[in-house]
Design a binder for this molecule. Structure first.
Ligand SMILES: CC(C)(COP(=O)(O)OP(=O)(O)OC[C@H]1O[C@@H](n2cnc3c(N)ncnc32)[C@H](O)[C@@H]1OP(=O)(O)O)[C@@H](O)C(=O)NCCC(=O)NCCS
Length: 142
C-alpha cells in the first residue's frame, strides 16, 4: 500500500496503528472527531501515519508514527517529505510540533528533515510514573 490520504474510512485502522506506538492511543471516536474537522488532514500506509492541523498559513503536526516492526525503513521521513510538499503547494509558512524531550528517535527524525528547536514547555508531558517531562517545540520554515 503506498501513501494515501487519511479519510473517515480509515478511523478503525488508524486507531489500531496508533495503539502500537503510544501509551495513550487515540480511540476511533477521537480519530473520527479530528478527521471531521475541515482543518485536519493526514496520510498513511499500512504501517505508518501522519496527521496534521492546517489553519491558514500554518501547520501543526498532531501525530506521527511507524509501527514498531516497520521502523528504520524511512517511512516517517517519507511522510514528512509528503507533508513538506503539501505545505509548499498550499503556501504554508511554517510547520510546528511538540515532542517529549526524552523521545530521541522522534527528535532525530525532525532534525533530519530540517526542523529547528525554538522553545521548551516545562513539565509539559505527564509520564506513567507520575513525573513530568519537558516538551520541545520544533519549527520548520517553508
Ligand atoms: C519516531 C518514529 C515516527 C520514527 O519512525 P521511522 O519510520 O522509524 O523513522 P525513519 O526510518 O523514517 O527515520 C528517519 C530518520 O529519523 C532518525 N531516526 C529514526 N529513528 C531513530 C532512532 N531510533 N534512533 C536515532 N535516529 C532515528 C534518523 O535520522 C533516520 O534517518 P536515517 O535512517 O537515515 O538515520 C517512530 O520511532 C515512532 O513511531 N515512534 C513512536 C511514536 C512517536 O514517538 N511519534 C512521535 C511523537 S512526537
Amino acid at each position: 500500500m503506498s501513501l494515501c490520504e487519511l479519510t473517515l474510512a480509515h478511523v478503525e485502522v488508524a486507531s489500531i496503528l496508533h495503539e502500537t506506538s503510544f501509551e495513550k492511543p487515540w480511540s476511533e471516536k477521537e480519530f473520527q472527531d479530528l478527521l471531521s474537522l475541515p482543518t485536519t488532514k493526514g496520510w498513511m500506509d499500512e504501517n505508518s501515519l501522519l496527521m496534521i492541523s492546517h489553519v491558514l498559513d500554518e501547520i501543526e503536526i498532531l501525530t506521527i508514527l511507524t509501527h514498531p516492526q516497520a521502523r528504520g525503513q524511512g517511512k516517517a521521513k517519507a511522510l514528512l517529505e509528503r507533508l513538506i510538499s503539501y505545505a509548499k503547494e498550499q503556501n504554508v509558512c511554517q510547520i510546528f510540533l511538540e515532542v517529549n524531550v526524552e523521545n530521541l528517535p522522534a527528535i532525530a527524525l525532525y532534525e533530519k528533515v530540517g526542523f529547528q528547536k525554538t522553545g521548551v514547555r516545562k513539565n509539559y508531558y505527564k509520564m506513567k510514573d507520575g513525573t513530568f517531562c519537558d516538551g520541545l517545540v520544533y519549527l520548520l520554515k517553508i
